[in-house]
Design a protein around this ligand. Structure first.
Ligand code: ADP
Length: 299
């Protein structure tokens, strides 16, 4: 089974002609509420790909939290590890998008910031993959990564957003997934690596033998590096409509495939295909493909 330890947000998307400047009030032509948070997005991607998926997370005791619990349950995700914290707000992202697609985002972490290490360490004994992202406290992730797991279990960290201060997490991470910009932040590079050849510098982040670092490169696909060598999987060529959620789709699908025992190289290629398909639809959660859809897409 896949255990996701991560965030749950309610995304409030406001469509405006032009983004407001400080002190200005603008009218939105539309407001849409969408399920969000990297933890929720990746859990949905894994579940739609067929994995038995559990989510460890925290929401507030409010309507948004109840709604998200319902959304996740309806995807077949086990939400028994989702805590409702009394007196707290569920995470909220307010996303204003202007006519040119430029956006302005304000995130209130709410209950996500209070996910406790004790709760995060409660993983069931059939857990084969633990998948975390950095929208919850690093202490909680560390607790999930250091609890005793069945032999062969894989700890995957999607280091998004980059939290270079939490670097000791990398000592307990079997597979680290970063995009080009996050890789640049971890390595202190002035410029993000532009392609797979430049991304080979990810080797400098390796902490132990058997560890793998995957760098996602958008339309450039994905590169995996380990002390044994590297593997490059090109992206599936598409005209993207909306790349929101592509990275989350990649991580969730990769986790689902590794849970079935698929070899890493095959899993990365399939995750590329799923993420390319995700860019063909709008939003994050609504855009996550099923395993059958990905199969049909790659033919
Ligand atoms: P993030 O969304 O976290 O910034 P990336 O932009 O690297 O991550 O995208 C994650 C993955 O999504 C890529 O490795 C690739 O598989 C897929 N992807 C993203 N953009 C495109 C694109 N324009 N064409 C095809 N695949 C894409």
């Amino acid at each position: 089974a896949v255990a996701v330890v991560g965030s749950i947000n309610v995304d409030l998307v406001l469509t405006v002609d032009a983004l407001p400047s400080p002190g200005e009030t603008v009218l939105a032509s539309r407001s849409t509420r969408l399920p969000g948070g990297k933890g929720a997005n990746q859990a949905v991607a894994a579940a739609r790909f067929g994995a038995t998926t559990r989510l460890t997370a925290a929401v507030g005791d409010d309507e948004g939290g109840q709604w998200m619990r319902q959304v996740l349950s309806s995807e077949g995700i086990d939400t028994s590890g989702v805590e409702s914290l009394s007196g707290q707000d569920t995470g909220l992202a307010t996303i204003a998008v202007d006519a040119r697609g430029e956006n302005q985002i304000i995130v209130s972490s709410g209950a996500n910031a209070l996910l406790s290490p004790d709760k995060a360490a409660l993983l069931k004994s059939d857990t084969k993959v633990v998948l975390a992202q950095q929208e919850v406290p690093p202490e909680a992730i560390l607790a999930a990564f250091t609890v005793e797991l069945p032999a062969g279990a894989i700890r995957m960290l999607n280091a998004a957003p980059a939290l270079t201060g939490a670097a000791n997490l990398l000592d307990h991470t079997d597979i680290l997934i970063v995009n080009q910009h996050e890789l640049a932040e971890y390595l202190g590079l002035a410029q993000a690596p532009a392609n797979a050849a430049e991304a080979l510098i990810a080797q400098d982040l390796l902490r132990f033998e058997g560890q793998t670092i995957i760098v996602t490169l958008g339309a450039g696909g994905a590169l995996a590096v380990s002390s044994a060598g590297h593997f490059y999987a090109p992206a599936v060529a598409v005209s993207p409509r909306d790349t929101i959620g592509a990275g989350d789709c990649f991580c969730g699908v990769l986790a689902a495939l590794l849970d079935t025992g698929a070899p890493l190289e095959k899993a990365i290629s399939s995750a590329n295909a799923a993420a390319a398909l995700c860019t063909q639809r709008q939003g994050a959660v609504p855009a996550m493909p099923t395993r059958a859809e990905v199969k049909k897409f790659v033919g």
